[in-house]
Ligand binder design. Structure first.
Ligand code: SF4
Length: 109
């Protein structure tokens, strides 16, 4: 088809991530983004959550907001005055996306 270029899903995803990253801060690459266990129903089991220990993640009424670990790569903001990067963001996020679970997994001791 003339004028039509097929792009594989992998290429489209990479380009989307590149555009998303433009000028944005990824919380996962910030020293204040902390991984914390959240107790689950079964004794001793837990799920993983992330929180901002600089207190920047808030619900509308002011309570702290925490997120499921497997969604952490989606947490990005235009800017943050408390952002302290832990390294080169593109490389870090690329590696993180490979390691992240795809669901809210249950961990048992
Ligand atoms: S300090 Fe800012 S950049 Fe860092 S985790 Fe909190 S909200 Fe994200």
């Amino acid at each position: 088809m003339e004028g039509y270029e097929y792009l594989s899903p992998t290429v489209v995803q990479a380009e989307t991530e590149r555009l998303d990253a433009a000028g944005r801060v990824f919380c996962a690459n910030c020293i204040h983004c902390k991984l914390v266990p959240a107790p689950a129903d079964a004794e001793g089991s837990y799920r993983l959550r992330v929180r901002c220990d600089a207190g920047k993640w808030r619900k509308k009424l002011g309570d702290e907001k925490i997120y499921k670990y497997f969604t952490v790569a989606r947490r990005s903001i235009e800017s943050c005055d408390s952002y302290e990067d832990m390294g080169e963001a593109d490389e870090f996020m690329k590696d993180l996306r490979k390691l992240l679970p795809t669901t809210d997994e249950l961990y048992t001791p």
